[in-house]
Design a binder for this molecule. Structure first.
Ligand SMILES: [Zn+2]
Length: 588
């Protein structure tokens, strides 16, 4: 059973030693603390407990054991994480349950086998090799990234069946499908194949680039060209056949989580602390070949928070390259917001007259490395685009205002105050609007929630109101001392329901997490300091609870006035005044 495997792995691997292999852990009492690898932060709220063999983050609520850590950190599915850990622990895996074996294991094996098949097919296909050569890809690049060729028809399907795989599993892997005549046909037909690997180098999907020339004839693509598996159909593609085709999503392939080429480039990215982001496989391979090794691409999707979470752990700077036209600027602006949410320093590489990094790398191999090295800050790029020297003063005032506002909104999102100040200065210089005015406007702009695009998973738990926020902080302190816990129990009606539940069951998940936080606090702060904080917070909580009651009373008083209920009015007013008195006392 899988659970026994996990137990045996946990006996051999200590979570502290294991996590230390990924991030820097600092001692904090009997626990360890670190900057959380799952959300951007400047002060550590990520705690690892050797006693409990678990981690917990008080910033983003990430929580789990050694297996969940690896799954999340490397974006692996459970059986794959288990394999990696078993290998590390030197524990032979007993068995995954038959369901898990079927669900995942077989899919990895099929992809491995298919990759070998495609690789061999490339060796014997002259036109495919000629195309690769024409695009400027060198043999060592083709070998390093294990490119292949899909002849199509049912060649792969038959090969895999002959290798002992069940056709239903091959279909589940997205590599074959039944056509209208009821015959199995390969998913990829007449395409150059780019294997997509997960972070530990296992093949989990493919992208197929249509081989021009023989395109279309006998293509066995499913009739519906709007299939979500079809990444993009652009010029050069035969009718119905998109230029690039991805594997469909499967239990082992989620395109919003996987970065193409990452298993090959992650060390270079970590070393440079920066990454060049490109749009597709060809761009990545050509850049890599031209010596820009810290490069990364997505596969048929836009950048997602999952991608960025992964990259942020290795890099501080993201270098983008976009066309210098309106569409390119809009794409840059969209990416900029997302990247700023993850506190990246964003730069833009100027490709000059080249249409994409692949073309630049092909036509002038030295050019791309130079463009990356001299990449300009994204804001400078925006300023230069929106406020060109020769057009100063010719723009409508309302238009200038709109542009300034939109740039200010981006500046407001920046996490670093130093960066904010620097770009405000830059904007003043370019727009001719004084810094004071810009600062005033910046302060008046509504704060855009940091995690709007980041999705629910990245949303730190946001307390509903002030009382809720205070309760949350108080609960963390309460577990540092028996007296505090007793006091909190007396006042439990002030707490939100979820904390009342914790007091009823202090040994539960949340309670255990709070105890971990408490031991962390005790290691960090002297007891009298914690005691003062506790009483301050308790006082503030009482004030905000009383104020909440006052707000309710106000509504009641209004109602009483409307219906002329004198008795209720007097009672409510009296209560309101006694609450005001108590609040004043507490404020002293
Ligand atoms: Zn976190």
């Amino acid at each position: 059973m899988a659970s026994t495997d996990v137990d045996r792995i946990k006996e051999k691997l200590n979570i502290v030693d294991f996590i230390r292999g990924y991030i820097t852990l600092l001692p904090a009492g009997k626990n360890f603390k670190a900057l959380c690898p799952f959300h951007p932060e400047k002060t550590p709220s990520f705690i690892v407990s050797p006693d409990r063999q678990r981690f917990h983050c008080f910033g983003c609520a990430a929580d789990g054991d050694i297996v969940t850590f690896l799954m999340r950190y490397e974006n692996l599915e459970f059986p794959e994480a288990l394999r990696v850990l078993a290998e590390k622990a030197g524990v032979p895996l007993q068995t995954l349950s038959p369901r898990e074996q079927r669900e995942f294991g077989v899919l990895y094996e099929i992809h491995e086998k298919a990759k070998e098949f495609y690789r061999d097919a490339l060796q014997t296909h002259g036109a495919a090799r000629a195309y690769i050569e024409k695009r400027g890809l060198k043999p060592e690049t083709v070998e390093a990234f294990e490119l292949g060729f899909a002849p199509g028809g049912d060649a792969l399907t038959v090969h895999l069946i002959n290798s002992g795989f069940d056709v239903n599993d091959i279909a589940r892997a997205g590599l074959t499908h039944k056509n209208t005549a009821g015959l199995y046909r390969d998913h990829f037909f007449n395409r150059i194949i780019f294997p997509i690997m997960n972070s530990v180098g296992k093949t989990v999907a493919f992208t197929g680039r249509l081989l021009e020339g023989a395109a279309g004839e006998g293509s066995d693509l499913p009739a519906k060209a709007s299939s979500p598996a079809i990444a993009l159909a652009t010029e050069g593609a035969a009718a119905g056949a998109p230029k690039y085709l991805n594997s469909p999503e499967t239990p082992i392939f989620n395109k919003s989580k996987i970065l193409y080429g990452f298993h090959m480039t992650k060390n270079d990215i970590a070393h440079a602390r920066s990454a060049l982001f490109v749009e597709g496989q060809m761009d990545l391979l050509m850049a890599w070949q031209a010596g820009v090794k810290n490069v990364v691409a997505v596969s048929g999707t836009a950048l997602t928070p999952f991608h960025l979470e992964k990259l942020r752990r290795l890099a501080d700077t993201m270098i983008l390259s976009f066309d210098n036209d309106e569409a390119g600027i809009h794409a840059l602006e969209r990416s900029l917001d997302l990247l700023n949410n993850f506190d990246f320093y964003v730069k833009v590489a100027d490709l000059g007259g080249f249409k994409d990094p692949a073309e630049a790398a092909e036509k002038d191999p030295g050019f791309l490395a130079g463009a990356v090295a001299s990449a300009k800050a994204a804001f400078s790029h925006l300023f230069a685009h929106y406020f060109p020297r020769d057009e100063a003063g010719t723009r409508e005032l309302t238009e200038t205002k709109r542009i300034v506002r939109s740039i200010l909104q981006k500046i407001k999102r920046l996490k670093s105050a130093t960066e904010q100040t620097a770009w405000l200065k830059g904007l003043a210089k370019y727009s001719g609007i004084s810094e004071v005015m810009l600062m005033k406007e910046l302060n008046e702009l509504p704060m855009v929630p940091r995690d709007v695009e980041a999705g629910e998973k990245f949303e730190p738990k946001k307390p509903a109101d002030r009382a809720d926020a205070l309760a949350e902080r108080l609960m963390g302190l309460a577990f540092t001392k028996g007296d505090f816990l007793a006091t909190i129990r007396e006042k439990q009606s002030w707490l939100p329901a979820r904390y009342q539940a914790v007091l009823g069951e202090p040994e539960g998940e949340t309670g255990a997490a709070l105890q971990m936080q408490a031991s962390y606090l005790l290691a960090q702060f002297p007891p009298d300091c914690i005691a003062k904080e506790f009483s301050d917070l308790l006082r503030q909580l009482e004030i905000s609870v009383l104020k909440r009651e006052q707000r309710e009373l106000k509504t009641a008083i209004q109602k009483a006035e409307e219906v002329g209920d004198e008795k209720l009015l007097t009672r409510a007013a009296e209560r309101f005044h006694s609450l005001s008195k108590r609040i004043d006392e507490l404020k002293l």
